[in-house]
Design a protein around this ligand. Structure first.
Ligand code: AHR
Length: 341
């Protein structure tokens, strides 16, 4: 059922009163529908998207995918909220969406836990919640309709297997290998899965020594800080695992500033996740060895789910997005030609 104009106007007054704020004061641009915008909203499917933030190239491509998909000329009205990497902002956004009685809520949860109460509120309001990218862990699984995203654990395994085979090829299969990991936001599905998947392969290699793991929160700045700390603390590092590209870019800066090198001909092997265009360029410059793809183009998959729900059809509870793995020895220029993110 679509939102009715007069009803929304009353609701907006209530929302503003509850928030104790005006559009000019605190609410981000896209949060609320306003009277002039509402004029045409009757026939749209109104979708509220609680995004994690804008911490990485991956995230920007992911947001763009949703903006490109949920367009007005495509029959949607998208309410977008940037959570700025804070769970409380995302919870507040969901409550706003509930107050506005959107038709669907899309949640990309920053961390897995702490969602039971607000998702219970969405369920009580009869609004389907679709999870995208990361997952939640809740007592009652009926609190969300379905999830679309990456197999993060498999991504971690792919990185581990690649490293095992690469070292073997280099004749270093039995050497002691000293590894550090720059982890993503602790408690996020991307961090948990990649760490656990890599660990599975590591556990089977008696000669791999994980010196330390530390979170760089998926950002370049923190990735750089963490890498500086690793370089100050450990004399010999053979492998740096970065749980996303932006932390890898920060790590590269720190390594170069310390007068060292990374990449196929460098002092350290550098592994990353996401495979954004900028990471391909780093591989072309010889700074990065390999990158496991994390596909951010989830908008169309979520739209297909919404269309099915609109028709009253069943949807798959779990849908993985297709992903590949790239290394510096591939035809990167050829791959880059058709790469959209
Ligand atoms: O959840 C996906 C991860 O989040 C991406 O790897 C990273 O770049 C982003 O911040």
């Amino acid at each position: 059922m679509r939102m009715r104009r007069a009803w929304i106007i009353g609701l907006l007054a209530l929302t503003a009163a509850l928030c104790g704020c005006t559009k000019q004061q605190e609410e981000p641009e896209d949060t609320l529908l306003y009277e002039d915008e509402i004029e045409d909203s009757d026939d749209y499917i109104v979708v509220g998207f609680a995004q994690v933030g804008s911490e990485s190239d991956w995230r920007l491509a992911n947001t763009q995918s949703f903006r490109d998909t949920f367009r007005e000329d495509n029959g949607y009205y998208l309410l977008f909220e940037d959570g700025q990497q804070k769970q409380e902002n995302q919870i507040k956004a969901i409550r706003n969406f509930i107050l506005q009685e959107v038709d669907y809520i899309i949640l990309d949860p920053i961390v897995e836990t702490g969602w039971d109460a607000v998702l219970q509120e969405a369920k009580a309001a009869g609004i389907p919640v679709i999870l995208s990218d990361r997952l939640v862990v809740v007592e009652d699984e009926s609190l969300y309709t379905c999830w679309v995203g990456s197999d993060f654990e498999e991504e971690g395994r792919i990185a581990g297997r690649w490293l095992r085979d690469y070292l073997e090829d280099q004749g270093r299969g039995s050497d002691e290998i000293r590894i550090v990991t720059l982890q993503g936001t602790l408690g996020s599905s991307a961090q948990i899965g990649r760490t656990e998947g890599f660990d599975e392969i590591l556990a089977a290699q008696g000669n791999w020594n994980m010196l330390e793991r530390m979170s760089g929160d998926f950002t370049l700045t923190k990735g750089r800080e963490v890498m500086e700390y690793f370089l100050d603390t450990y004399e010999d590092i053979d492998v740096v695992v970065c749980e996303n590209d932006n932390m890898a870019f920060g790590a590269i800066e720190a390594i170069q500033d310390a007068g060292k090198t990374c990449g196929p001909d460098g002092d350290m092997i550098l592994i990353s996740f996401d495979a954004a265009k900028s990471a391909f360029e780093a591989m072309q410059r010889g700074e990065l060895n390999m990158d496991v793809e994390c596909n951010p183009l989830l908008g169309p998959m979520v739209e297909e789910i919404i269309q099915k729900l609109e028709r009253g059809e069943d949807v798959d509870r779990v849908q993985y997005v297709e992903e590949k793995c790239f290394d510096a020895f591939m035809d990167l220029e050829g791959i880059l030609e058709s790469r959209t993110y």
